[in-house]
Write a protein that binds this ligand. Structure first.
Ligand SMILES: [Zn+2]
Length: 414
């Protein structure tokens, strides 16, 4: 059987009086110094950028998506290739999410996580106007139609575990039910119970597959904590997930904090969860990348976080700099022969001008996406690297105040 000892977490320096800390997650494909930003390569590629480049700009691990890789090319092909890391030529650690978010948000009219508002809570089945709901949830799993060809599929906790074991990432997530702030309290309670039952089924199947697939390195399984904006539900979810075990004694290796939350209560929710969770297990925050959210999540105890935004907005010409975000597409950059950020150490800023990148976007050249993705990913990774250093040197609060002071100044046309 694969050795569970191949995965471990060591706590380093703490932020005094708070849950935030540095640490090291060790996986069969290498170590991750935390806090760490995990860039997203949804379909086993960070769009427009070579894996070697992602290494050069400091990415320590990448996160791919089980739903997308299940539909295309199929998890059996990734398995045959020797697992995700080999298949995509990324030698470092990898994560896969369970696919739950994608299948349950198909065709449904809510926006992703932080953008949601809890106003007018009326329905548990909110569907965008003019859209057919593509997924239905029951106690056993989710039936959905592929966004690619409309074909019908079904995910259950066992199916998600099977797919993620075939994909072979170092860190996997349990299959959970996605709720939104638009769901009622009664529904959140019911959903939490379902997620709890699914978590037990994930552990059982994970334990069975780990014992059966002796030829593969150990894969760690993280639970996902739901409970929306309700403190009692979040705390209850943490306690219950922490106590779950398989028949051979397998528990969760770490925890993902997911689900519906608003920006203003992000810190409180992470804090409630970290009050309850064991100190010696890593905590992943799903789907954040804005600097203010990163500081709040780290300070309250998140060790890793992922987000597709730095690369997604880069392909739409949006650039992150210390003073905020600006769009390189605007006409004022036509004759601007300076780098996009003269304080940045990335390949793009060392070699290209705003005028050139502006031209690439206007001419619809692919290199525009590559250069901007390199910069935005480097910006986010460097920000988190510096947060880690600031915790180690005992000046987290000073670094936070200085960074957010500049960022919130929002000088959008530097
Ligand atoms: Zn740069």
């Amino acid at each position: 059987m694969a050795d569970p000892g191949a995965f471990s977490f060591t706590v380093g320096t703490r932020i005094p009086g708070r849950h935030g800390r540095t640490g090291v997650i060790s996986t069969p494909h290498g170590d991750i110094a935390t806090p760490a930003f995990i860039p997203v390569g949804t379909k086993a590629t960070v769009k427009a950028v070579l894996p070697e480049t992602m290494q050069e700009l400091g990415a320590q691990a990448l996160l791919a998506n089980a739903y997308h890789l299940y539909l295309q090319p199929g998890p059996d092909i990734v398995d045959e290739a020797g697992g995700l890391s080999k298949f995509m030529n990324w030698p470092g650690p990898t994560f896969t999410d369970s696919g739950g978010f994608q299948v349950m948000s198909l065709g449904v009219g809510f926006k992703k996580v932080l953008a949601m508002e809890a106003v007018d809570v009326r329905s548990d089945d909110v569907i965008a106007k003019g859209k057919e709901r593509l997924a239905t949830v029951d106690d056993d799993g989710v039936t959905f139609r592929s966004h690619l060809d409309g074909s019908k599929h079904r995910f259950t906790p066992e199916v998600s575990m099977g797919i993620q074991h075939q994909l072979g990432a170092d860190i996997m997530f349990a299959f959970d039910e996605l709720t939104t702030l638009l769901n009622t309290r009664a529904y959140q309670e019911k959903s939490l119970q379902r997620t709890h039952e699914w978590a037990q089924r994930c552990i059982d199947e994970h334990e069975r597959l780990t014992a059966a697939r002796t030829h593969r390195p150990y894969q760690a399984l993280f639970a996902v904590i739901q409970g929306a904006q309700y403190e009692d539900l979040r705390r209850k979810a943490c306690r219950e997930l922490e106590s779950l075990r398989g028949s051979a004694g397998t528990g969760f290796d770490g925890y993902g904090i997911g689900g519906a939350l608003e920006k203003h209560n992000l810190g409180a929710i992470v804090g409630w969860c970290c009050d309850e969770l064991p100190e010696d297990k890593p905590r992943h925050m799903l789907g954040i990348s804005e600097p203010e959210d990163i500081f709040v999540a780290v300070e309250n105890g998140a060790d890793t976080f992922d987000c597709v935004n730095p690369s997604r907005v880069a392909r739409n010409a949006a650039i992150y700099v210390a003073e905020g975000r600006f769009n390189i597409n605007t006409a004022r950059f036509r004759r601007d022969f300076t780098p996009i950020d003269d304080t940045c150490d990335c390949y793009t800023c060392a070699n290209y001008t705003r005028a050139y990148i502006h031209h690439l976007f206007k001419a619809k050249e692919m290199l525009a996406s590559t250069l901007c993705t390199i910069h935005n990913e480097r910006y986010t990774i460097r920000l988190v690297d510096r947060i880690r250093e600031s915790i180690e040197s005992g000046c987290f609060d000073e670094y936070k105040a200085e960074t957010l002071g500049r960022w919130k100044g929002r000088i959008r046309t530097p």
